[in-house]
Every structure is written in C-alpha cells, then in structure tokens.
Design a binder for this molecule. Structure first.
Ligand code: CIZ
Ligand code: SF4
Length: 352
C-alpha cells in the first residue's frame, strides 16, 4: 500500500529540520515506506560500518532491529546517540542465546576440559552481551559474508569452535565451504543439561553449534525448492546461508544479503530467479529489475515480523521527538560489555 501522504510529509519536514544532526540507517529488510527516508541502506555489517561514518550526526535513527542498534552504539562515538523507533523490534534469533545460557555452556566446556582450546565465534545477529562474552574469551564476530574467513581464523587460534547463535550459518559454512562433514558438528541445546550432549560428544566435536535459527529463513523447505524447479526448470535458486542445510544443498547459489543483491544486479535480462530471503527485500529487487523474473521462494513464508515493527508512524514519531528536543528509545551498551564486544568486532574488521 502507498504510504500515507501526511506522514510522508511529516517525516520529510522533521528530517529537514534536523539537517545534518540526524543520520537515518535502513536495513534491507525494512518496509519501503521507511527505506525511502534512509540516508544509507545495507545489511547489518554495512550498517555497523556506516554508523561510524558520520561522526557529526548527534542522532542515529536505526531502522532495523535491536542487536543492530547495539552494534551501532558500540562502534560510534560517546557523543552520538542511537535511537530505535520501536523498542519491540528485537530478533528472535539473537534472543535464542542469552548471556547466562552461554556462560553455562562455557562452564560445561571447562568441566570436560576443552574450554582452553575452544574459540567462540558469534554471528553479528546476537546481543551485545554475547559479543562481549566472545570478545572476553578471545573470539571473533562474523557475518554471513565472512563466516568462512572468521572460522579459519578461529581454527588458527584453537582446535574447536563454539558457534553462536545460528546453527545453520555455522553448519552450512563448515560443510559447504570448508569441507567438514556433518559428523564434525554437534548441536548444543541450551534448554537441556550439558546441551543434551554427552561429555565425549562435547570433547570430540570440531564445532559446537548453538541451537538457534532465524524464524524467517529457517522456514524455507526442500519441498518449495523442488516445486519451484518443477514449475520452472530454468529457475536459479538463490538463498541466504541462514536457511537449513538441506535447502542450501539444493540451491544453485548461496550468499549474504549483499551477495544476493549483486547477483541480481549482474543477472541476465530474462533470466529466472527464486530467492530465499526476507520478503521486503525480494519485493524491492523484483520491482527494481522488471526485466528479470524474480520470485519469492515460498509463498507461505512472510516478512520478518520484528523488522516490520518499524513502520512510518514509528519513524515519524522518533523524528518529531528529536525535533522537539527529546531523545526517545536510546540504545546504550554499558562500557565494559562494549569494550569486549569491540575487541571481537575489531578482530573481524582485521580479517584479511
Ligand atoms: O543484515 C544481515 O546480514 C542479515 C542477514 C540480517 C538478518 O537479520 O538476517
Ligand atoms: Fe532476526 Fe531472522 Fe528477523 Fe533477521 S530476519 S532480524 S535473523 S528473525
């Protein structure tokens, strides 16, 4: 639906009144009505880098989810404040690994005698507390575009990896990109004692995958890939590595958000593509490239509901509060957590 013209005008006027004092970041999964006001769009990695690119902007309005706003706070100066237009815009995957659960897992690894040789690696899609734990224990953050490089770095530091919180990105990278077998991976379930594993399983695994997943990408199925190929034998199936291992194995191409965008930019006119990632992004790409047949991999999967909480009314509210001299919904990470998290982020930024 087209956005309400009154709200569009209010957002435009508020942004103009704030001038260079506000910098609006928009994640690729945001609604069109919000994206039209973003100064920069990107995936979580690009937005974290971009947040620091405008040190003069006092306010960073982050149109994305909570963990991304935390990363922006960690990577920007003390004088800058990060505003999340709706505090309920969380991420179910990030919430699947709490600090106390991960500390418990680390104790399990200490008890069986392997914590010293285990390097924790966390996906960007995790809370600041988890990034802080990982930094404290000498580990690294990764994104879906550098997971392989981060894992290779981790195996240079130790023998085993604890991979948080997305089991699918960890498994897909190990097996598909690095040639490990499924038997090298075990799944740690934080709701069971010892993760639901025997001491020997914990000791012998090459990688301990946290039992977390994305509630959007985890829903694409092998059956929908097969159905797409039946309907259109020429179709190219392109999916994000947060999809399950069987979906990734059945796809033609696998890659991060920025990879998906570049692949469609480079695709031949007339070529056919079915995309397994968030629906706002797929819709926008289909509109942007009308000469290519771009469809959504599975009609039963829908938007990321928490990303979609940031809508035009929430953005207008946040901007108008700033104009009125109030600073709503500020996201701050305490300095101790932030400094450990920054170490884990800096190790990622230093990857070759
Ligand atoms: O921004 C990203 O890298 C992704 C894939 C975000 C998400 O929420 O899945
Ligand atoms: Fe979290 Fe998945 Fe939504 Fe991304 S798409 S914010 S990983 S639930």
């Amino acid at each position: 639906a087209p956005s309400d013209p009154d709200l569009v005008e209010r957002a435009r006027a508020a942004k103009e009144a704030l001038g260079g004092n506000v910098f609006v970041l928009g994640h690729h999964y945001q609604r069109d009505e919000v994206i039209q006001f973003a100064d920069v769009t990107g995936d979580s990695f690009k937005l974290a880098q971009q947040a620091a690119a405008r040190p003069d902007a006092e306010y960073i309005v982050f149109c994305g989810v909570h963990f991304m706003a935390e990363s922006a706070d960690i990577l920007t100066g003390d004088h800058q404040r990060v505003v999340l237009p709706d505090m309920a815009a969380g991420c179910s995957m990030a919430d699947m690994a709490t600090a106390s659960q991960v500390e418990q897992c680390w104790e399990d690894l200490q008890r069986v005698g392997v914590a010293d040789v285990t390097v924790p690696v966390t996906y960007m899609n995790s809370t600041a507390a988890i990034k802080g734990f990982v930094g404290r224990e000498g580990g690294i953050v990764c994104t879906s575009s550098n997971a392989e490089r981060a894992l290779r770095w981790a195996y240079d530091q130790g023998e085993k990896v604890l991979f948080l919180p997305d089991q699918h990105l960890g498994r897909n990278t190990m097996v598909r990109e690095m040639g490990y077998s499924l038997d090298d991976c075990v799944l740690y379930n934080p709701h069971k004692p010892n993760g639901g594993l025997t001491d020997d399983e914990l000791r012998n695994a090459k990688i301990i995958l946290w039992k977390g997943h994305c509630s959007v990408h985890g829903r694409f199925t092998l059956a929908c890939v097969e159905e797409m190929r039946r309907v259109d034998p020429e179709v190219n199936i392109l999916v994000h590595p947060e999809c399950t291992h069987e979906v990734v194995e059945a796809a033609d191409y696998v890659g991060s958000t920025e990879y998906i965008i570049k692949a469609l930019e480079a695709a031949e006119p007339g070529s056919s593509w079915a995309i397994g990632t968030e629906l706002n992004l797929v819709r926008r790409l289909a509109n942007r490239f009308p000469d290519k047949k771009i469809s959504f991999l599975d009609k039963t999967v829908c938007y990321c509901s928490t990303m979609n909480r940031i809508d035009l009314p929430h953005l207008v509210w946040a901007l108008e509060e700033l104009v009125a001299g109030r600073v709503p919904n500020v996201i701050t990470v305490d300095e101790r957590t932030a400094s450990y998290a920054r170490e884990a982020l800096d190790r990622m930024l230093a990857l070759p």
